[in-house]
Design a protein around this ligand. Sequence first.
Ligand code: PNS
Length: 158
Amino acid sequence: MRRAVCPGSFDPITNGHLDIIERASGFFDEIIVAVGINQSKNRLFEPAERVEMIQEAVASLGNIKVDTFQGLIVEFCKAHQVQAIVKGLRAVSDFDYELQMAHMNRSLAGVDTLFMPAAPHYSFLSSSLVKEVATYGGDVSGLVPESVLRRLQERLSG
Ligand code: PNS
C-alpha cells in the first residue's frame, strides 16, 4: 500500500492545508494527516479538537486517516509504514526550512519528502494569520473549513 503522511500543527487546519491533503490523496492509497503535539508551543485548540476539525473537513474523502504524533515524524512513519512525507509550499520562503527538514528526515530514516505547491489563492494563508484575523473580528470564511469556522467563532466569542 502506498501511504503518505501530511504532518503539521493544524492549529487549526485551513483550506490551504485541505487543498494539499486532497490533491495528495489522489497519488496515494492512503494519507495520514498527523497532528504534531508539541508541548512548548502556545496553541488555541487542544490536539483532540484539531483532530476532530480535520476529521470533519476530510469526511467526504475516502482514503484519509487522522492521527496525532509526538516526537520525530520519522518515528511515526516507521510505526505506520509510511513511505513519504507530503508538504505544501506557499512561497520560496517556506522552501529553505522545509528543505532542511526533508534532508534531515531522509538522513535519519530514509523517508522522502514530496513538495506540492500551494494553490496560488491560498499562498498567503496560515493558521496563525487566520487566528489573528478571527481574533479581531475579521471574516475568515472561505479560508477555513466550516468545522473550523464554527469552533473559531465559539472559542473567540467565549
Ligand atoms: O504546521 P507546522 O507547525 O509547520 O508543522 C511542523 C511539523 C510538526 C510538521 C514539524 O515541526 C515536525 O515534523 N515536527 C516533528 C518533530 C521532528 O520530526 N523534527 C525534526 C524534523 S527534521
